[in-house]
Design a protein around this ligand. Structure first.
Ligand code: ATP
Length: 729
């Protein structure tokens, strides 16, 4: 239901004062291959458009619907996009359209748009669809002139719609578009791949098998590379970085080395477009035949195919697409005839606008570089995050002992602190392997600071962390104990084990613990060493950090559960669900969960609310439940208010909704903390932890050069926290 002006908060009204879409019309279409999350983008465009007073039209079946017109172009209502967030594919249909490639086809399309008063177009598709949109915009004036001359439209109409504004959003599971860190659908495709890898790993472990997994990516190796990072694959083949000339020998040697170390399973990931340096395809079957022939390993091939496009969108894709959709509407309303067509893209954690054709051009450059054998350049053109993924994959999986730095005689301790969070183990694995590769002796501390004080400290080797990326919880063991309980004990252990640096992986307690150790530096020389933390907590409440390891997994658990809860009421009577999420005093999970699950309201600690707001929300929901929408979702962060508890809100809604809807409440609890880590948490944990170790190595080297390994650090800023600023990629 469209919110009335009484429902809007003061800040909403202020926002609307400056932006009005009144008298305008936007057409939204999905084109090319479908991708999970396209529906969230369509929903956001429709609702944001209606919110700012614009008419929004669905254009069904992509450009084909635009060319055919008629029932393919239909005005969208607020409730038409209800309950589509959780659906994969695109509810408005997509197609490839030959006619739109012709002038005649585009002329017909222009006529159909003008008939509906549409001069703003939001295209959700791949680079082909966006190129087509740009061409359409460039031709628009001429097309309208032709229509006027042909008597199809009058001069007034031609003047009224003289400019076509275009905005694009990239929907593609391959993440093959330059200019954005992530395209809509990629994260969901990674979810599908990792679900399969996890399943395969259990069966392969039982039989000592080698699995060759082929994933999508004819021109782009992003899915293959990130999947390989996320499951710690033995080998990966991607189009941008073909293997060296003796790859057959090197790969077989690596596989047999891993087997002789006791690994029961090998995973090789192949992007469908992988080739060797001469451009000869390396297919999954070629790889399999090689492994069987040379090593005699029991080897199976799994080709994932369209499974990767299917299923429900991940929390990330829903949020990404929703935020992009809102930005797309703003971009259209702010566009002038001089503004070039733009794409809404993701940079770090921000939805930004970038010139459409520059991105298309750059995307074509990557292909050209690959075609001409300039592979290093192709990797660079894919962007910093792609290059970073590749480098980290190589350093954690491919490095042979002889590639490691010579021993440094430094010892680094790693521990988990606070509650477990999915992805912590990937972070430990990455820290241990990066540290060993840098030449350090790595120590694992079990049970957090509690174990530290008690001397639960042991050397941890490269092979000890094999297979850790996909495991949930904390394999090291973690506790909430803070160092203040016994700083003397920790100092003693640092002395005893000659520890030169400490890496903490944890949430708010890790942060407090680090502050306590730093404050105790005046008293204990032992704490005057490089210390760093990486944020790992489902609550995402570590100060100064955009993301923490574990939050994405928790968000997906909340989103999945909300989908199930909503579905449980389908076909029954009108029902409102009150759902309590974790997060302590941080509203991240509740507000993001609200976005990804399509909640009506999310109560969080950071945004104060009173009885008037509660009353207006109940009234709004009651009115909504009298329409065709029969389900309501209210999210509440566990500590959002001392007195407006989950029970209170449940009772309030139950009483006020009497006769219109009934209520159910669910406290999600620890299921948010469990489960195997999402692809994002595996990769984020891996990358951020590698970065932390690189910082430690740099600091240790600097201090060593100064000739004194401990006291020289006193008073200098060697307390460091890595900030998770990059959303994905
Ligand atoms: P995917 O990445 O899934 O292939 P895409 O958007 O690149 O998505 P395409 O098949 O290239 O998919 O394009 C989809 C549609 O966009 C085409 O069928 C056609 O109607 C239109 N289109 C693509 N390129 C052009 C072009 N150069 N001129 C006009 N229309 C185009």
């Amino acid at each position: 239901m469209n919110p009335s002006s009484e429902d809007m908060s003061h800040s909403d009204k202020k926002f609307l004062e400056n932006i009005s879409g009144s008298g305008k019309a936007i057409g939204v279409l999905t084109s090319g291959g479908d991708a999970q999350g396209m529906n969230a983008a369509v929903r956001a465009v429709v609702r944001m458009g209606i919110y700012v007073g614009t008419k929004v039209y669905f254009i069904h079946e992509g450009y084909q619907g635009m060319v055919d017109g008629g029932d393919n172009i239909i005005e969208a209502k607020w409730e038409n996009v209800s309950s589509i967030l959780q659906m994969g594919g695109t509810v408005i249909g997509s197609a490839r359209c030959q006619e739109f490639r012709t002038h005649e086809g585009r002329l017909q399309a222009a006529h159909n748009l003008v008939k509906c008063g549409i001069s703003n177009l939001c295209v959700i598709g791949g680079d082909g669809s966006l190129t087509g949109a740009n061409l359409f915009r460039e031709e628009w004036k001429g097309l309208l002139q032709e229509l006027t001359e042909g008597g199809k439209i009058d001069e007034v109409t031609a003047r009224k719609y003289s400019h076509l504004n275009i905005v694009g959003m990239v929907g593609s599971i391959d993440n093959d578009f330059c200019g954005t860190d992530m395209t809509i659908g990629t994260d969901s495709a990674l979810h599908r791949i990792i679900e399969v890898v996890d399943a395969i790993m259990t069966t392969a472990q039982s039989h000592q098998r080698t699995f060759v997994l082929e994933v999508m990516g004819r021109h782009c190796g992003y899915l293959a590379l990130v999947s390989a990072l996320a499951c710690g694959a033995d080998w990966v083949f991607i189009p941008e970085s073909p293997p060296g000339d003796h790859w057959e020998d090197e790969m077989c040697q690596k596989l047999s080395e891993n087997r002789s170390r006791g690994t029961r399973l090998n995973i090789i990931i192949v992007a469908e477009g992988a080739t060797d340096r001469q451009g000869k395809p390396i297919s999954s079957n070629i790889v399999k035949d090689l492994v069987v022939k040379r090593l005699g390993f029991d080897t199976r091939v799994t080709i994932l195919g369209h499974v990767q496009r299917g299923g429900t969108p991940s929390a990330f894709d829903r949020i990404l697409a929703s935020r992009m959709g809102v930005e797309a509407v703003l971009a259209l309303l702010e566009a002038s005839p001089e503004t070039p067509a733009c794409v809404v893209s993701l940079s770090g954690n921000q939805a930004i606008r970038v010139p459409l054709m520059e991105c298309v051009q750059m995307t074509m450059e990557v292909q050209k570089a690959m075609d001409e054998g300039r592979f290093d350049e192709a990797v660079k053109l894919r962007g910093r995050s792609f290059e970073n993924n590749l480098n980290i994959y190589k350093s954690l999986a491919h490095k042979k002992p002889k590639d490691h730095h010579s021993p440094t005689n430094f010892t680094v301790a790693v521990l988990n602190v606070g509650a477990p969070a999915a992805g912590m183990n990937a972070a430990v694995r990455s820290a241990v392997r990066t540290g060993i590769a840098d030449g350090h002796r790595m120590l694992a501390v079990t049970d957090g600071f509690d174990g530290f004080m008690k001397g639960q400290i042991k050397e941890i080797k490269w092979g000890d962390v094999g297979g850790w990326t996909g495991q949930g919880g904390s394999l090291l063991g973690t506790k909430r104990t803070l160092p203040i309980k016994n700083p003397e004990g920790i100092a003693e252990q640092i002395r005893l084990h000659n520890i030169n640096a400490v890496l903490l992986i944890g949430g708010f307690e890790a942060y407090l613990g680090l502050l306590e150790l730093s404050a105790a530096r005046a008293k204990y020389d032992e704490f005057c060493i490089p210390m760093v933390m990486v944020p790992a907590t489902v609550s995402n409440n570590v100060p100064g950090s955009d993301f923490s390891i574990g939050a994405d997994t928790a968000l997906n658990a909340i989103t999945d559960t909300c989908d199930r809860i909503k579905q449980s009421a389908s076909g029954t009577k009108r029902r409102v669900f009150i759902i309590e999420t974790m997060g302590g005093y941080c509203g991240y999970l509740a507000s993001m969960g609200g976005l990804s699950a399509g909640a009506d309201v999310a109560y969080i600690f950071e945004e104060k609310f009173d009885i008037h707001e509660l009353q207006s929300n109940v009234e709004h929901l009651t009115a909504k439940m009298k329409t065709t929408i029969q389900r309501g979702l209210v999210l509440r962060n566990e500590n959002c208010s001392e007195n407006y508890t989950t029970d209170f809100i449940y009772q309030l809604y139950s009483e006020e909704g009497r006769g219109v809807f009934d209520c159910r409440k669910n406290v999600l609890g620890h299921m948010q903390q469990g489960g195997s880590p999402s692809p994002f948490d595996r990769n984020f944990g891996t990358k951020i932890s590698a970065k932390a170790m690189q910082w430690i190595s740099k600091k240790l080297k600097e201090t060593y050069r100064q000739g004194n390994r401990i006291t020289v650090l006193r008073g200098t800023l060697n307390l460091h926290m890595l900030v998770g600023q990059t959303l994905k990629g």
